[in-house]
Ligand binder design. Structure first.
Ligand code: ADE
Ligand code: ZN
Length: 345
């Protein structure tokens, strides 16, 4: 692609709205934490682990992702993982991130939510002092019963009280097929009663009907992925009319075989239909790149224009869960950068 436009994207201030912090664990850090914590890994070397990153679908990835997350035991581990992500994100000019984590994965190994949040909060507070703002969103694992999600929500309530500036919502992730959003109607209703922000993965591998359920039953503010929405014209019109953002993750979709080739990605068709699409990294350590690599890969494959890329970056700030004043400040920052004469391709 045009190298000047590529450089312009890479240096633009951005929001990242779909990043699983456990998916930012690079193989080297997985091995370091395994050694520090005496956790046995089913892979002899960093290279052997990296070689296993050949996924055929979402489940084939999740099996390795949960194995990688098994090295996280102590507050310092959550700090180290989060601090490493912050460095990568800041290098890509991310100025605001809304970060997912999977409490149930860690609770199962005896780690308290307090431990997880304290470690991440310490890294994020330090990042805040360097101009990097962030929120945390715990996600429920949809392959587990709703009863587990309800217990997890209960256990998380003191965290929502104590870290209310950081923990601002709940999400839904993990294996999509056979686990529709409606399975989690009760726990999302409780979160809504508390005024929390609501998001859910839907329409990644699963059908557009799951996106409709996420809207109708869970009442989500944003949909994570949602790329299969394109198969339902009425849904596309509804997403556009209601300005419901999709947090799209191009390299993830390619690596998990949601699309066979980046040129087949639905992002541009959704954008053309006026859907509020954003670009994000999902699990960057596993999918071959952080946010800038996602922008560059899809911009190149779909021949996105300067205006389209501006729109997508702008959508990231528009769809973020920040105050109106913060949003206005980010949009001014973006406009000053994007429209500056030296930034023109
Ligand atoms: N957990 C981490 N990454 C995920 C993805 N892409 N889809 C569903 N659950 C996930
Ligand atoms: Zn995701």
């Amino acid at each position: 692609m045009n190298p000047i436009l590529a450089d312009k994207i890479a240096h633009a201030p951005k929001a990242e709205l779909h990043i699983h912090i456990e998916g930012s664990l690079e193989p080297e850090l997985i091995f370091e934490l395994a050694r520090r914590n005496g956790v046995a890994l089913p892979y002899p070397t960093v290279q052997a682990l990296r070689d296993a990153y050949a996924f055929t679908d979402l489940q084939s990835f999740l099996d390795i992702y949960y194995a990688g997350a098994s090295v996280l035991l102590h507050e310092q581990d959550f700090y180290d993982m989060t601090a490493a992500y912050v460095e990568r994100a800041m290098a890509d000019h991310v100025v605001h991130a809304e970060i997912f984590f999977d409490p149930q994965t860690h609770i199962e190994r005896g780690v308290s939510i307090e431990t997880m949040v304290a470690g991440m909060e310490r890294a994020l507070a330090e990042a805040e002092a360097r101009g990097f703002s962030s929120k945390l969103i715990p996600c429920f694992l949809r392959h587990l019963p709703e009863e587990h999600a309800l217990q997890t929500f209960d256990a998380a309530l003191p965290m929502f009280e104590r870290y209310g500036h950081r923990l601002i919502g709940v999400g839904l992730d993990s294996s999509e097929y056979g686990h529709p959003p409606s399975k989690f109607a009760r726990v999302f209703a409780l979160a809504k009663e508390r005024g929390l922000k609501l998001v859910a993965h839907a329409g990644e591998e699963g059908p557009p009907a799951y996106v409709v359920e996420a809207l109708d039953v869970l009442d989500v503010h944003r949909v994570d992925h949602g790329v299969r929405s394109i198969e339902d014209a009425a849904l596309v019109a509804r997403l556009a009319d209601a300005r419901v953002a999709l947090t799209v993750c191009p390299l993830s979709n390619l690596k998990l075989c949601v699309v066979n080739d980046m040129t087949e990605h639905t992002l541009k068709r959704l954008l053309d239909a006026d859907v509020m699409v954003t670009i994000n990294s999902d699990d960057p350590a596993y999918f071959g790149g952080y946010i800038n690599q996602n922008y560059l890969a899809i911009a190149d494959a779909l021949k996105l224009t300067d205006d389209e890329l501006y729109k997508i970056i702008r959508n990231g700030f528009e769809a973020s869960f920040v105050t109106d004043a913060q949003r206005a400040a980010y949009l001014s920052l973006l406009d000053a950068y994007w429209h500056a004469p030296q930034a023109m391709p």
